[in-house]
Design a binder for this molecule. Structure first.
Ligand code: HEM
Length: 459
């Protein structure tokens, strides 16, 4: 048997808890609603139950790979319309997941980052030149989104979206985000009466966007087909076959993977950079220490850039990033299902078709593990402090076999960009700015601007 999951107890007939979550801020409004319901709670919308977990103890249980694995809740399943059996949206037992994972892992190791390092530096340099041509404060999130989109598309597909020659993002970015948001909205609707019909209407309205995205990706693949070049991810996907089985990825699956990398890889890292800069601008001592570290490693020339080997030496800057991702994990949640029927917390029965969502923003602020959880303090990530915490208390990149394949990529890029930026400019935040968070596919700060003063040759 097992107990029922706690819920708000004031459910409306038929629609259930619909209306408690604000569609513009689905997760943030949900957190407010669930705040009093304890570390595990259930929401029902029409016929679909959603279970949320918000403390370290339960998250750690769900991260036990021997009992639980990744789940695809409706909002993620809906993305399969665009990303199919690409790495992020594949079911655990789909053959293309295993194949792509094995073929692509070598392209994401720490040492593989060496080949992307020059591209990352070059793209960061273009962003700084773009800023230098502007006057007044810069829009941080928008700039960082241009940067991470360019870095990823150049490193992965050798494709230049020209983001720094126009003030608007490339139309592909807008089309891709609109297409995916339609997918996400559809995911929320599927169990509603008439939901499928509404879904078809959204698809119809969205057909042009999707066709544009598909065409651009297919052209990118066609351009490179037949070339034996393996210098980037696309080259690996087109030319490398599995060492034992000889299998390769199909052109359709390659399109899914490209879209997956573009989506999974750019807004996430952009948000991480933007939140870090926000907290640096609000914490003068932390900022001074980060700038000191950049200066010590990079020397007197404010335009100096790090070598590949120097990037992991920016330890304090790395901790600033880790701490920003604790308070604002840009992928705010992920879902887990039991491998076979089991009891969660010895009380709640879960079957393999059930799933629970780990709400990272709450797990990362669980007061039983994190003291003064709302305070920004990068020293929490000093090695001695990490050791004191229980396993699975910090999971911004997910967990287990299906954890983020791009983690090293994101960290290398973010640390490199922060170090160069702090070495090159002095930052001033607007003291009146109040942090507002936009929920798109991921979480990013809204309308956050920074003044940047180029630094002179350092003594
Ligand atoms: C998976 C977070 C950057 C590609 C994930 C997951 C999380 C995550 C939480 C697991 C989702 C789940 O369990 O359902 C992040 C964050 C990033 C980041 C916070 C930046 C700060 C990147 C980058 C790339 C990338 C740069 C690609 C270059 C992927 C892929 C998966 C994934 C392909 C699916 C892996 C699989 O299931 O095999 N990411 N990610 N991510 N991420 Fe990232």
């Amino acid at each position: 048997s097992g107990q029922a999951f706690p819920h708000a107890g004031r459910r409306k007939p038929f629609i259930g808890d619909l209306g408690v979550s604000d569609p513009r801020h689905p997760l943030l409004s949900l957190l407010e609603w669930g705040a009093d319901l304890g570390p595990i709670y259930e929401m029902r919308i029409f016929r679909q139950n959603f279970v949320f977990v918000s403390n370290v103890e339960l998250a750690a249980e769900l991260c036990d790979e021997s009992r639980f694995c990744k789940a695809l809740p409706p909002a993620i399943t809906a993305l399969r319309q665009y990303a199919g059996d690409g790495l992020f949206t594949a079911h655990n037992d789909e053959p293309n997941w295993q194949l792509a994972h094995e073929l692509l892992m070598p392209a994401f190791t720490k040492s593989a980052m060496q080949s992307y390092h020059p591209t990352m530096l070059e793209t960061a340099g273009e962003l700084f030149d773009y800023w230098d041509r502007q006057s007044g404060p810069v829009d941080v999130t928008r700039s960082m989104t241009k940067l991470t989109m360019e870095t990823l598309s150049r490193a992965a597909f050798s494709h230049d979206f020209g983001s720094f020659t126009t003030s608007q993002p490339h139309p592909f970015v807008g089309a891709m985000i609109r297409a995916l948001e339609t997918g996400r909205r559809k995911g929320g609707l599927l169990t509603a009466p008439g939901g499928r019909l509404l879904g078809r209407y959204l698809d119809h309205r969205n057909a042009d966007q999707q066709a544009y995205v598909d065409r651009l990706l297919d052209d990118l693949i066609a351009e490179r087909t037949g070339s034996s070049d393996q210098h980037d991810l696309l080259g690996i996907m087109l030319n490398v076959s599995h060492p034992e089985t000889g299998e390769r990825l199909s052109p359709l699956n390659i399109r899914y993977q490209i879209l997956t990398f573009l989506v999974a890889g750019h807004e996430t890292t952009s948000g991480a950079l933007s939140f870090t800069l926000y907290y640096l601008s609000r914490n003068p001592e932390v900022l001074a220490a980060a700038q000191r570290e950049a200066d010590e490693i990079l020397g007197a020339d404010p335009r100096a850039t790090p070598t590949f080997e120097q990037v992991p030496k920016f330890r304090h800057i790395r901790r600033c990033l880790d701490e920003a991702l604790r308070i604002w994990p840009t992928v705010p949640a992920f879902a887990r299902s039991p491998r076979s029927e089991t009891m969660l917390a010895d009380r709640y029965r879960m079957r393999p078709e059930d799933w629970a969502v780990i709400v990272l923003g709450q797990v990362h602020r669980d007061p039983s593990v994190w003291e003064e959880p709302d305070v920004y303090d990068p020293d929490r990530f000093l090695p001695a402090n990490i050791k004191k915490r229980p396993a699975h208390s910090y999971k911004p990149f997910g967990s287990g076999l299906r954890a983020c394949i791009g983690r090293q990529f994101a960290i290398h890029e973010a640390v490199l960009v922060l170090a160069c930026l702090l070495h090159r400019y002095d930052l001033t935040g607007d003291p009146d700015y109040e942090l507002a968070v936009d929920e798109r596919l991921t979480m990013v700060p809204r309308d956050f601007e920074l003044g940047l003063q180029p630094r002179k040759q350092l003594a």
